[in-house]
Write a protein that binds this ligand. Structure first.
Ligand SMILES: *[C@@H]1O[C@H](CO)[C@@H](O)[C@H](O)[C@H]1NC(C)=O
Ligand SMILES: *[C@@H]1O[C@H](CO)[C@@H](O)[C@H](O)[C@H]1NC(C)=O
Ligand SMILES: *[C@@H]1O[C@H](CO)[C@@H](O)[C@H](O)[C@H]1NC(C)=O
Ligand SMILES: *[C@@H]1O[C@H](CO)[C@@H](O)[C@H](O)[C@H]1NC(C)=O
Length: 373
């Protein structure tokens, strides 16, 4: 019996495999990257591919059982790390590469009879090596995309390494801006470039400052990229919904590059004036630095008093919708990595908790429920 089975084994398995493969090819559902039911967020170039940590897409799927991301040649090699969240659960890292990438769907998230849809959220985590060139998405037979309804609350964060989640295991997904977006059940986009000044100067490997790069599709990585060594203007109409709240935390690298107080106030107020052509009526929150904590309890400070001056100048110009967020005391030495004084995972959680309290006192409440649930 064993002998006859082994004799026939190759033929039988070969038949079964090709039968199963062709059945899957016929029945699986392919979603093209221009499908209007794919909700893109963050910055995507025309390939289409992501730039800037936190950029990604969201799906709302009926009968979800399997998910495969088919990625093109502009994907970071050998891999890019994405956070994947199902039904607003925590983000779990998946490393994905050019070609087909099966994203595991735990049984508990597969659509059952009680539950109408599964919300899938995918975003690149890294402040570099963050290019996901999405060609198509393969779903199981019977899966059906339905509209993803974005939250009415939408944050736009602007910053440097202190907002990008540099040095964190899961990058921007563990950084305070992302955590705030999640805590408020909001859409959120983080445009933050480690090492960059606000001033449009070369700084720590960045060819441009954030006052330039914020308006471009590509992050600073374009400069070291052979297949896309250029930038294109970002079409802000693609941010849907438009940000309802704008948060800026920047200046550490201007200070490191010896930008003077007077120059910094000028570049910052010019930047806010330009932001006002996009965000005409939205509140803009201006963070003061929390400083660089030292082991002896002191802080390295920069541009002391200047952020207040920036806000005062906006008010004097009739723009009352700019608010100073005084972050003094939000971060201590225990909250940072000793080798680079950047907040740890717990440090970022602490900052997010402080800012959430600040925003609630200011008058913003988290949404009571996630959309699509
Ligand atoms: C993803 O890749 C990075 C870099 O190679 C590695 O450190 C990390 O452990 C990987 N994570 C997962 C979930 O595979
Ligand atoms: C990108 O272009 C700039 C000048 O336009 C050049 O200096 C740089 O070396 C280029 N980078 C790569 C990786 O080719
Ligand atoms: C900034 O100024 C300090 C003190 O004068 C100097 O040591 C440092 O080299 C300067 N840094 C830059 C980037 O110019
Ligand atoms: C920020 O708060 C600290 C501590 O409460 C206070 O000393 C400082 O004056 C405040 N700064 C501004 C600009 O309000």
């Amino acid at each position: 019996m064993f002998i006859s089975l082994s004799l026939y084994w190759p033929i039988t398995v070969g038949y079964l495999l090709s039968g199963a493969a062709s059945a899957m090819a016929q029945k699986s559902v392919t979603i093209q990257n221009d499908d209007p039911l794919v909700y893109f967020h963050g910055r995507w170039d025309s390939s289409p591919g992501t730039w800037w940590g936190g950029s990604g897409f969201k799906l709302n799927v009926k009968n979800l059982e399997s998910l495969t991301l088919n990625l093109g040649p502009h994907t970071t090699a050998p891999l890019t790390s994405v956070g994947v969240s199902l039904d607003y659960d925590e983000f779990i890292t998946a490393n994905i590469s050019q070609g087909s990438n099966v994203i595991p769907i735990p049984v508990s998230f597969k659509t059952d009879s009680e539950k109408k849809t599964t919300v899938v959220r995918v975003n690149v985590e890294g402040w570099q090596n963050n290019r996901m060139n999405l060609e198509s998405i393969t779903l199981n037979q019977g899966a059906l995309l339905v509209p993803y309804i974005p939250s009415e609350l939408a944050f736009q964060f602007i910053g440097d390494s202190l907002s990008a989640g540099q040095f964190l295991p899961q990058g921007v997904d563990q950084a305070w801006p992302f955590l705030i977006g999640e805590a408020f059940k909001a859409e959120h986009i983080v445009i933050a470039q480690p090492g960059a000044a606000l001033s449009d100067i070369v700084s720590f490997g960045n060819e441009h400052g954030v006052s330039y790069q914020f308006f471009r599709t590509e992050d600073t990585g374009y400069f070291d990229t052979t297949d896309h060594n250029f930038t294109t203007p970002w079409n802000f109409a693609r941010d849907r919904p438009a940000a309802t709240h704008v948060v800026i935390h920047i200046g550490a690298n201007d200070a490191a590059q010896n930008v003077t107080d007077v120059e910094f106030v000028q570049v910052y107020t010019d930047f806010v004036t330009r932001l006002r052509t996009i965000y005409r009526h939205q509140p803009i929150f201006v963070f003061t630095p929390w400083g660089w904590p030292n082991p002896d309890g002191t802080f390295g400070q920069y541009f002391e008093g200047q952020y207040q001056k920036i806000v005062d100048l906006r008010h004097a110009n009739g723009d009352e919708n700019v608010f100073l967020v005084n972050t003094t005391g939000w971060v201590s030495y225990a909250d940072v990595f000793p080798e680079n004084q950047h907040p740890t995972v717990l440090g970022h959680e602490r900052i997010a908790s402080k800012f959430q309290t600040w925003l609630e006192n200011w008058g913003l409440k988290p949404e009571s429920r996630w959309t699509n649930l």
